[in-house]
Write a protein that binds this ligand. Structure first.
Ligand code: SF4
Length: 547
């Protein structure tokens, strides 16, 4: 495709390309853009730039079909009859031998603007200037033959990468990643560990969640938009206001009302909205953003491979069963006091883990996984201490609808986990409808069901059993019980939500990556590691285990 028919390349994309080809690919091809603190600081710097006289223009849009470039120069200034592009950078210049130089991505950028200025005004441009605000120096950049060639070569390379289905490898220079806004998405250190077990990783993946989930449990609540805020109005209570940047998801339980304006606001700001029925069943979600086409195409292609699906299913089922086993053994330690049913259940889970390692089909893996789950759920009464009320004891695993209080709690917590996992999958840019293990039989998304299996024990089974043993549930007030089913009352829902949300905030240490992070971030991390399985950087997915 020639430059006339290929979409134009942003000059800022050339800046990213010069910094790291993978950064260019993630931003331009996979359409991932995150604004970190440095990016925000750079933006406000641009807003603050004041023009000194009439021969200056700011934020000048430039484009040229022949060059195939488009961009917006910070400032252009006319001096001695010649236009000069000025770029303003928040950081410091590159110091070499006591002299100030421009960083290569910055000089490439300003030369590209110079070339665009030439075509706009039909006049030669011989230099560009870059103002580095941290050390308060201005560096001149010559727009000579070599500099122009660099721009043309970079544009050609950008076009080539844009048409490639393969994401470039992580940068050899790991110091670049320290200042890269996309490091939480790119996971360069995780990739280096996967390739080199002795690599000492620098912590780049964020440990904590940045926003919080807002659960609306009152049926009389109305959620409206007011300016940049969501306002929750409940009869006879003060209005609650939340700015969009403090919310990472909005979960509506039962039948609260939400206005179209509030839904628009959530969609525009990337705030997922989830509906959970009064009975605790996940109903639907509104998640903005279709995700990158390239990411989805890679996912569809990868998950149409039976061999990969079997491999991922085996790893997921093993991770789940081993977590069940470890928790059960931990909860019934020391081993000499372990009840006989727990010893037998542990033996059968061990046998299932062994069998699933050799299973050659998805059906065989499902059989092993189901047998391990039955053994695990059957010993739940053994994990509940004697002083807990008898009504809180589970009678096997029942769902749709749950038949006892414990199962009502289990199902409700899994619905919350479902929405967290769905949110993470969509945030990473994958399609939740295309999974590798669960068959698409119900309305539940298969990929969400697949990935949830990694977190059921840690995120809900453990805190739930702990709360029952701490006598946190009121069997009368926290549940609605009929002959046909049991579900949570308003007070029960509130307690369960608080328990789940506080578990999401808790930190644990990933045994392979050797850093601590919240369970909330762990879900996102596993989705990103899954995506790497088919993006040429495999090996770390489903390696986390309870200690
Ligand atoms: S984190 Fe490192 S490897 Fe990844 S895009 Fe940024 S600079 Fe490149």
């Amino acid at each position: 495709m020639d430059a006339l028919h290929d979409p134009q390349i942003r000059v800022m994309a050339l800046h990213a390309l010069e910094y790291c080809e993978r950064l260019f690919y993630l931003e331009e091809v996979e359409e991932i853009r995150l604004a970190d603190a440095d990016v925000f600081a750079g933006r406000s710097l641009h807003l603050d730039l004041a023009l000194e006289n009439a021969l200056e223009k700011s934020e000048v849009d430039l484009s040229c079909e022949t060059l195939g470039l488009v961009g917006r120069a910070d400032i252009i200034k006319k001096s001695n009859g010649e236009w000069i592009p000025f770029e303003h950078k928040k950081g410091a210049s590159r110091a070499v031998d006591n002299a100030h130089h421009a960083w290569p991505p910055d000089s490439l950028q300003v030369v590209a603007y110079a070339m665009l200025l030439e075509t706009k005004f039909g006049l030669p441009v011989s230099e560009g200037r870059i103002r580095y605000h941290r050390d308060n120096v201005t560096v001149r950049v010559a727009v000579d033959f070599d500099a122009r060639q660099r721009v043309l070569s970079a544009a050609a390379r950008a076009r080539l990468l844009r048409s490639s289905p393969n994401r470039p490898p992580v940068a050899d220079n790991d110091r670049l990643c320290l200042h890269c806004s996309l490091s939480p998405v790119c996971l360069p250190e995780e990739d280096r560990i996967a390739r080199n077990k002795n690599w000492s990783p620098i912590r780049l993946f964020p440990p904590d969640r940045e926003g919080r989930a807002i659960h609306v449990t009152s049926h009389s609540a109305v959620i409206r938009r007011s300016n940049d805020q969501l306002t929750i109005q409940v009869k006879d209570a003060d209005d609650l206001h939340f700015s969009s940047n403090e919310i990472d998801s909005l979960i509506l339980h039962g039948y609260p009302q939400i206005t179209t304006q509030a839904l628009h606001h959530c969609a525009y700001n990337g705030i997922p909205v989830h509906w959970i029925s009064a009975g605790g069943r996940y109903v639907a979600g509104l998640l903005a953003g279709a995700g990158s086409v390239q990411r989805r195409l890679r996912q569809f292609k990868a998950l149409s491979s039976p061999a990969l699906c079997i491999d991922l299913s085996r790893r997921t089922a093993r991770a789940k069963a081993e977590s069940q086993l470890r928790y059960m053994l931990r909860a019934t330690a020391p081993h000499q006091d372990r009840p006989r049913p727990c010893v037998l259940a542990a033996n059968s889970i061990r046998a299932c883990v062994k069998d699933m390692s050799n299973a050659a089909s998805l059906d065989e893996i499902r059989g092993c996984e189901g047998a391990a789950a039955r053994a695990y759920f059957d010993i739940f009464p053994e994990l509940i201490k004697n002083r807990a009320p008898a009504e809180m004891l589970p009678d096997g695993r029942t769902r749709r609808p749950p038949q006892d209080r414990f199962n009502a709690l289990l199902s409700f917590g899994y619905s919350l986990l479902y929405q967290s996992t769905l949110t993470a999958i969509v945030a990473v840019g994958l399609d939740p409808a295309v999974g590798y293990f669960h068959t698409p039989r119900s309305s539940a998304y298969p990929l969400v069901m697949d990935l949830m299996d990694l977190f059921r024990v840690a995120l809900w089974d453990i805190p739930l059993l702990g709360s029952v043993n701490r006598l946190q549930w009121d069997p009368a007030a926290d549940f609605n019980v009929t002959n046909a089913k049991v579900w949570l009352s308003a007070s029960g829902r509130k307690k369960a939500i608080a328990l789940y949300e506080s578990r999401l905030e808790e930190k644990w240490k990933h045994p392979i990556l050797d850093y601590s992070l919240s369970y909330y971030r762990t879900i996102e991390l596993e989705v990103r590691l899954l995506e790497k399985e088919w993006a040429g950087e495999p090996g770390l997915f489903a390696r986390g285990r309870l200690r």
